[in-house]
Ligand binder design. Structure first.
Ligand SMILES: NC(=O)c1ccc[n+]([C@@H]2O[C@H](COP(=O)([O-])OP(=O)(O)OC[C@H]3O[C@@H](n4cnc5c(N)ncnc54)[C@H](O)[C@@H]3O)[C@@H](O)[C@H]2O)c1
Length: 442
């Protein structure tokens, strides 16, 4: 099926379910923010779908509508929230425990948040060692658990009168694992589900259930999930968008803003040391070396891909890149990330840059969950199936088709995202060539 564009894109009619495995800090901050904005109590800061504009045509045309007015997106008042968690706290209780948002922001939306109750989770302690909770499913096999999740999705959509759904993984980072042959094809994966193969992680079961129910899936954590061959095959077969992985927030966001700048100016780099302290549950999970390894791999890949040391050995061939995450409870969700960057310039003279980012993890992640859900839904209505490279903007480790290198440069990613929207709406792509200027001189 060809991709539907312009007037052919089906309107975003009816309610959209946004389903999050995991109802912790990120998911509840996202839900609280949307509800608060709907009530006119907050602004959706950080969200392109809600605040961004898009330039169209020539610079002299002065056309820059809001993205939300330009493409047919689901609106905030059409969203219904659902989720799963191993803890039975409702979204209000979970948000209070996560302590990201202050009572003054949670109290006015207590009723709406309290009504969002987690469904029982598919959980395997082997994949997340530092936490455990009571709200879990039991089943005769992993396939049985997948069937139960599928029933959850169907029931949720039906009971809430939704016309469509999107799933965004907001649960804990699972321990590091590499793809095995059971991950390669859909047939092998389904066979392994029936045999409860230990190599199948819970996130993969959610992803499978989501795609089987015709629901696009995005993975907000760095663990092995949506990129495996079996899920790619299933997404193609079901004609569904799929994406991942690991929301691009905090230190990696800074890295993908700064590194392309150094590279653009051919400034050399000899070292980049990044360390963080954070005290939320995510930090607790990442205190386990197995889960940290998953995060580390996701964070380390970024610089190599941006700097391309093979093509620029004199500038980036000897870069020492280190990333540390330290669990430090007093900070809660308010992470502090330090970067020491050793750069060198003309004739090799060294310089240093220090970045101290006192950030709020979930505040940065929440608008990403919203934008991804809304754009994945748009992609679904347009018939865009498989990996959505134009959404790389939101990922720390964008998944790409075999043989391709991911694009990490935030500004290239932004251009790609906006040009995709222009293309969808039959507008000229913007190259910033400024040919009109030379044509006038001619
Ligand atoms: N906050 C950020 O800036 C950021 C950036 C990138 C990625 N992430 C990732 O997003 C995820 C969520 O982060 P968070 O800060 O909300 O963490 P969190 O620990 O507050 O919330 C995760 C929730 O997932 C639940 N959970 C774990 N396994 C589950 C399962 N199998 N099924 C259902 N629920 C399960 C946990 O009980 C917990 O409530 C983490 O994987 C994190 O690494 C966060």
């Amino acid at each position: 099926m060809a991709i539907l564009r312009g007037k052919d894109i089906p309107k975003a009619e009816g309610k959209l379910a946004i389903l999050t495995p995991g109802m912790g800090a990120v998911a509840t901050t996202f839900m609280a923010g949307v509800i608060s904005v709907r009530k006119g109590l907050s602004l959706p800061i950080g969200s392109l779908t809600q605040m961004g504009t898009i330039r169209l045509g020539k610079r002299t045309d002065k056309r820059s509508p809001k993205i939300n007015d330009f493409v047919p997106l689901a609106q905030l008042d059409q969203i219904v929230f659902g989720g799963w968690d191993i803890y039975s706290d409702n979204a209000y209780e979970a948000a209070v425990k996560a302590a990201v948002l202050k009572p003054q922001h949670l109290d006015p939306i207590k009723d709406e948040l309290s009504a969002i109750k987690p469904m029982t989770a598919v959980f395997d302690h082997k994949y997340v060692k530092n936490i455990d909770g009571p709200n879990k499913k039991t089943g005769t096999s992993k396939m049985d658990l997948a069937e139960q999740l599928r029933a959850d999705i169907r029931n949720f959509i039906k009971n809430n009168g939704c016309s469509r759904a999107v799933m965004v993984w907001c649960a804990s980072t699972e321990s590091y694992s590499k793809p095995t042959e059971i991950h390669e094809t859909l047939a092998a994966f389904e066979d392994a589900l029936r045999k409860s193969d230990p190599n199948i992680a819970p996130s993969q079961i959610y992803c499978y259930a989501s795609l089987m129910e015709g629901v696009p899936f995005a993975n907000g954590a760095p663990n092995l999930c949506s990129e495996i061959g079996a899920m790619q095959e299933l997404a193609e077969k079901q004609k569904l968008p799929i994406g991942g992985k690991d929301f691009k927030t905090g230190q990696t966001l800074m890295k993908t803003i700064l590194a392309p700048g150094f590279k653009a100016r051919m400034i050399g780099l000899s070292g980049w040391f990044s360390t963080n302290i954070l005290g939320n549950r995510d930090g607790e999970v990442l205190d386990d070396p197995e889960s940290f390894k998953t995060k580390e791999v996701s964070k380390l890949g970024v610089l190599d891909d941006i700097l391309d040391p093979k093509s620029f050995p004199e500038l980036y061939g000897n870069l020492y890149h280190k990333v540390r995450i330290n669990y430090y409870p007093p900070r809660g969700d308010n992470k502090e990330g330090w970067d020491n960057i050793d750069i060198f310039g003309w004739m090799g003279y060294p310089m240093q840059i220090k970045v101290d980012f006192l950030c709020r993890d979930s505040i940065l992640a929440a608008p990403i969950v919203l934008d991804l859900a809304i754009f994945m839904d748009l992609a679904h209505r347009c018939g865009m199936k498989g990996i959505q490279e134009w959404l790389s903007f939101y990922w720390k480790s964008p998944i790409v088709k075999k043989g391709l290198t991911p694009e990490h440069d935030l500004f290239v990613q932004k251009t790609k995202l906006k040009n995709t929207l222009r293309w969808l709406m039959h507008e000229d792509l913007i190259t910033h060539l400024g040919l009109d200027y030379y044509e006038e001189l001619d």
